[in-house]
Write a protein that binds this ligand. Structure first.
Ligand code: CMC
Length: 425
């Protein structure tokens, strides 16, 4: 029972409505407005800026302080000491694995990386220039066609099996999206390789050559996946939860998350960063574009800057900035004109009053775009990589929701349309 109460008086008419107030383990209190519907009113919160839609134990963000915790562990510590698969385990199970549990988990993921050969045929049906996110959305949703025997969502073992499958198969499917566009043969996963190493092998390897993945790039890729692993109730995760609340299968839920991630205000931002850099085209035009970003009459925004939640430096951006320098060094790409331009843009924006006042810092997508471009990943694949990294977060939230009592997600509205009227004639 809640000790704290909020009182709501509507138009000063009736006696105030009493609403319970709950406290989480940290973060703002929440007012329980569920009883309001019985009083004949709804709350109004487009964009869910003040609405907690669920209870969760997985991830905590303090946007003002620039804090991101997974199961209590700061993202900086996970990036330094953990790896992507261990972080997946942490998100799913709530605790870091013992050595034995970690080995078992890695092995399980490794033995789920292959996809049914029939999926190769799906890809052949897509045009060569299909956007990789369009293909990813379709094939991930399509996985439900292959695993319908293990899809009892009320069975926790089935849920974990689906989690393992989807985490393991995402890099394989992501690389297939790339290979299809290139017209190259799909590469089978290699069980002797680590998760990120395997992904880079499936992306850039060919059957004509011995596998050869740079350990520095594999480590950078692993950290990039880890930094994207979860981010609380963002648009795509909320989409996964909303879809999951209807009782639909996990592959359909993840496909809906992928669709939501695609937009340029969310996961599509890293692609939009590179598009923007290409559009700017030359260092001499940076000032012009900064001017456009500040102009209220111009819809142009500096892509890769600002965040709905972080009104301080995004802690993931701090980590990724370091990786960015390592990768550029490893590849000798410091002098790439686009990357040089990105660095200059970052410096100018960080010193500009408009961006400082509004706390618009470079976000994780600004740097991830630069890193991925340096590795040789085409821009249209960027959001696919984000989706691969975000999969454990999506599936952990889905699993958490189904492990507890939940209701179908069904927002209400403030109706402003016609009231009842008669059809003419
Ligand atoms: N460039 C120029 N001005 C900006 C930008 C930007 N990128 N972002 C926000 N502003 C301005 C905005 O015009 C407003 O100014 P004013 O107060 O004078 O009206 C002020 O900053 C606050 O903006 P807002 O729109 O209220 O902020 P928001 O929290 O609703 O939007 C955002 C967050 C991420 C959608 C927005 O910052 C944006 O469009 N950024 C560019 C796209 C981007 O990089 N998205 C990736 C987000 S991180 C990835 C993820 O977690 O999914």
């Amino acid at each position: 029972m809640s000790e704290k109460k909020a009182q709501l008086s509507i138009d000063g008419k009736d006696s105030p409505i009493e609403l319970p107030v709950y406290s989480g383990s940290t973060g703002p209190d929440v007012i329980d407005v569920r009883g309001l519907v019985a009083q004949g009113v709804f709350t109004y919160d487009p964009g869910f800026v003040s609405t907690a839609a669920c209870e969760s134990d997985i991830t905590y963000i303090d946007g003002g302080a620039g804090v991101l915790l997974h199961r209590g562990y700061p993202i900086e510590q996970l990036a330094e000491k953990s790896n992507f698969l261990e972080t997946c385990y942490l998100l799913l199970h709530g605790e870091l694995p013992s050595k034995q549990e970690a080995d078992k988990f890695e092995n399980t993921i490794r033995y789920h990386t292959m996809v049914d050969e029939a999926i190769h045929q799906f890809f052949r049906g897509f045009p060569r220039d299909a956007h990789p996110m369009a293909m990813l959305c379709a094939v991930v949703g399509g996985l439900s066609a292959f695993y319908h025997d293990d899809l009892d969502i009320d069975n926790a073992d089935h849920r974990l099996l689906a989690a393992h499958r989807v985490i393991a198969k995402m890099p394989t499917l992501a690389a297939m999206c790339f290979k299809h566009g290139m017209g190259q043969p799909f590469m089978y996963p290699q069980n002797k390789m680590g998760f990120a190493e395997n992904f880079l092998h499936m992306m850039f390897g060919t059957p004509c050559e011995e596998p050869n993945v740079s350990p520095i790039l594999a480590k950078a890729m692993d950290t990039l996946f880890l930094l994207h692993a979860d981010h609380e109730q963002n648009a795509s995760t909320s989409t996964v939860r909303l879809a999951g609340s209807t009782g639909t299968n996990p592959y359909a839920c993840i496909a809906s998350g992928i669709a939501a991630l695609w937009g340029p205000a969310h996961g599509g931002a890293n692609e939009a960063v590179l598009d923007m850099l290409n559009e700017i085209g030359d260092e001499s035009r940076i000032e012009e574009y900064i001017g456009r970003a500040k102009d209220k009459n111009d819809p142009f925004r500096l892509m890769g800057f600002g965040h709905r939640v972080y009104k301080n430096y995004d802690p993931r951006a701090t980590v990724i900035r370091g990786i960015c320098d390592e990768v550029l060094d490893e590849l000798g790409a410091e002098n790439d004109p686009l990357l040089r331009m990105a660095k200059k843009l970052e410096k100018i924006a960080l010193e500009d009053e408009y961006f400082i006042e509004r706390k618009l810092f470079p976000n994780v997508d600004f740097y991830s775009g630069i890193i991925l471009k340096a590795i040789g990943i085409p821009t249209e694949m960027f959001t696919v990589i984000f989706a691969t990294g975000r999969t454990p977060g999506w599936i952990a939230h889905w699993h958490e929701m189904l492990s507890n009592p939940y209701k179908i997600g069904r927002p209400r509205q403030l109706y402003k349309g016609h009231t009842k009227r008669d059809y003419p004639g």
